[in-house]
Design a binder for this molecule. Structure first.
Ligand SMILES: [Zn+2]
Length: 585
């Protein structure tokens, strides 16, 4: 459909134009509205040109009106919008950012170390930072913090994997920076701090420095002149010192109650001949530490709001000293509580170690809570987003379970997924005396008959009028001689004989009522003609082998479906065999 003919979209644009006009003295701005609409309707990203024309048209009309008229129209049509705070919470479920009005453009960032793929533990930082930027029509920055080639060594493949994860989450960055490209910037600021006697090169052995600092006793290096410090800095850069022999320290209150704050290290030497950086090899030996690099970047990149876990509170205290030295204002910082997801491995080191040792096959192993694994299992990014927004940026610790995430996901996929039969660990069921041909009409969706049916014909064979089916081992294990089952969509059967991997039964009427009266269990089945082999990989990496009904042959990879009485799965491959990953019940 042409965007100009999309009445819902036009109304949305019109509303956005009016609200934007009121924010800007009666003059709405096309660019800001464009960002907002695309933020809400991501599928329009590919139609930016057409959308801009549509917005431009509405903006022109709105801007012709007086502010008074604009206010009146908003009051009449969207009175709720005039109560700003309220609206934001209603629409997005996120509380307002502190002091948002003080800034022209809200800018947030997500700053991962590319030493691992992203996992559910990062979702909160990503989604809150991204959604706040969109909510305020601001900028969302992706910054790779890759300045530790030794202990938290970055890995080339993860830069791209992280970008892909953000895309999948619908949190594509407006700008991207890589800290290892910016070493000269950190050097420049280090020099300024040294020149202005706000930092010093410390060559004390770390043990000795720790003792002194714990005793609130400055080391000798702290008292050296700026000139001497710049000299020693030069020696650092030239390779005069080895690893661990010199660090640049930022001066703080040497009596600060928290010893971890006192004169924190800002830059140090790493022997990149032995620990080459994946992007830069051994080009540099002086590397900024976290607080130096992040602190300088947050200021230079114009970050207005830092949204991160409360474990960073001490880092803020450290960085504020540097900000003061440099005459900068520290951004607004929101520190949310810990988000624990029971049963999920959220530690990077455990993931990396497990991969190295071959415990996990790959980054998308279903046992992991990486985004790649969740994606593979058919967990939607929308479910993750809704869960995170409901949790919000509150400071209290929150514990969620896999079940919580599944509930969000179920709500999204249940109304759209088609239903199919998958028989796990199939057991033969042969039914005798089936009086006629039966046609099973199984709805693709129980509440949406308009989506059509899967149709199977059961034609009795031979003198004994036999019908041949597969049923799941779970159901077969429940069978007892004389017990009645109802085969969903077909008829009732009475179990006659049970052997290890097959059951025999006889036809026992077709009325559903009768099955109900006998409290017969409704079981699903797959015809022994035309079935396809199917493998479901479970969240614990166990493989469930079975057969799926022939309609599954049409399924394209990446489709999420429900195997009735089994669970939701995502089709991964569908060639000779259907391979699916289990999402949840
Ligand atoms: Zn020292």
């Amino acid at each position: 459909m042409k965007l100009h003919n999309d009445e819902t979209l036009r109304k949305m644009v019109r509303k956005a134009a009016f609200l934007n006009a009121l924010k800007h003295n009666g003059k709405a701005q096309t660019g800001a509205i464009l960002g907002r609409i695309i933020g809400q309707k991501k599928e329009l990203k590919t139609k930016v040109k057409e959308l801009s024309i549509l917005i431009g048209k509405e903006v022109n009309e709105v801007n012709l009106l007086s502010v008074q008229d604009q206010k009146r129209i908003v009051q009449e049509n969207w009175p709720e919008s005039l109560r700003k705070e309220k609206t934001r919470e209603d629409e997005k479920g996120l509380p307002d950012l502190p002091d948002a009005d003080k800034y022209d453009e809200i800018t947030t960032r997500f700053s991962p170390n590319p030493d691992c793929v992203l996992h559910l533990g990062s979702a909160r930082a990503i989604i809150l930072s991204h959604n706040y930027a969109r909510l305020y029509e601001g900028r969302f920055i992706l910054r790779f913090e890759d300045t530790d080639p030794k202990v938290k060594k970055p890995v080339l493949e993860f830069y791209q994997k992280i970008r892909e994860d953000l895309d999948w989450l619908g949190c594509k960055a407006d700008e991207e920076y890589i800290q290892s490209d910016r070493l000269s910037i950190y050097y420049e600021h280090a020099e300024r701090l040294l020149r202005e006697a706000n930092a010093y090169v410390c060559t004390c052995p770390s043990e000795r420095f720790r003792e002194k600092v714990l005793a609130k006793d400055p080391c000798d290096c702290r008292g050296f002149s700026a000139e001497k410090n710049l000299n020693r800095w030069q020696l650092m850069l030239e390779g005069f010192y080895g690893e661990g022999e010199a660090v640049v320290r930022v001066k703080t209150d040497i009596e600060h109650p928290n010893p971890a704050v006192r004169d924190w290290p800002a830059l140090r030497i790493i022997d990149t001949c032995n620990y080459p950086h994946p992007r830069l090899g051994s080009k540099y030996i002086v590397w900024p530490l976290y607080n130096m690099a992040a602190g300088v970047d947050d200021h230079l990149m114009g970050i207005t709001h830092i949204i991160r876990g409360k474990e960073h509170l001490t880092n803020q205290v450290r960085q504020e000293y540097m900000y003061k030295h440099l005459g900068w204002k520290y951004p607004e910082a929101i520190h949310y509580g810990r988000l624990k997801i029971t049963g999920a491995y959220l530690s990077k080191s455990k993931i990396v170690q497990g991969i190295k040792e071959g415990v996990y096959k790959d980054w998308d192993d279903p046992r992991l809570a990486t985004f790649a694994a969740l994606r593979k299992r058919g967990i939607t990014s929308e479910a993750i987003e809704r869960m995170i927004i409901d949790v919000g940026p509150k400071t209290a610790d929150v514990t969620l379970s896999w079940e919580n995430l599944y509930a969000y996901n179920r709500k999204i996929i249940d109304p759209i997924c088609s239903r199919y039969f998958f028989v796990s660990k199939p057991v033969e069921l042969t039914i005798r005396n089936v009086p006629r041909i039966f046609k099973a009409e199984l709805p693709r969706h129980p509440e949406k008959p308009e989506r059509g049916f899967r149709e199977y014909t059961s034609k009795p064979q031979g003198k004994e009028k036999r019908v041949y089916l597969w049923i799941a081992k779970n159901d077969a294990d429940n069978a007892e001689t004389g017990k009645i089952f109802r085969l969903i969509g077909l008829f009732n059967v009475k179990i006659e004989r049970i052997s290890t991997d097959s059951l025999e039964a006889s036809f026992f009427g077709e009325a559903y009522e009768e099955a109900r009266k006998k409290r017969a269990k409704l079981i699903h089945w797959v015809s022994r003609f035309g079935e396809i082999a199917c493998q479901v990989i479970m969240p614990d990496a166990r493989v469930d082998e079975g057969v799926a009904e022939s309609a599954c042959k049409e399924l394209k990879p990446n489709t999420v479906i429900q195997f009735e009485r089994f669970g939701f799965v995502r089709v991964d491959e569908n060639d000779a065999k259907l391979i699916a990953y289990y999402a949840h019940k």
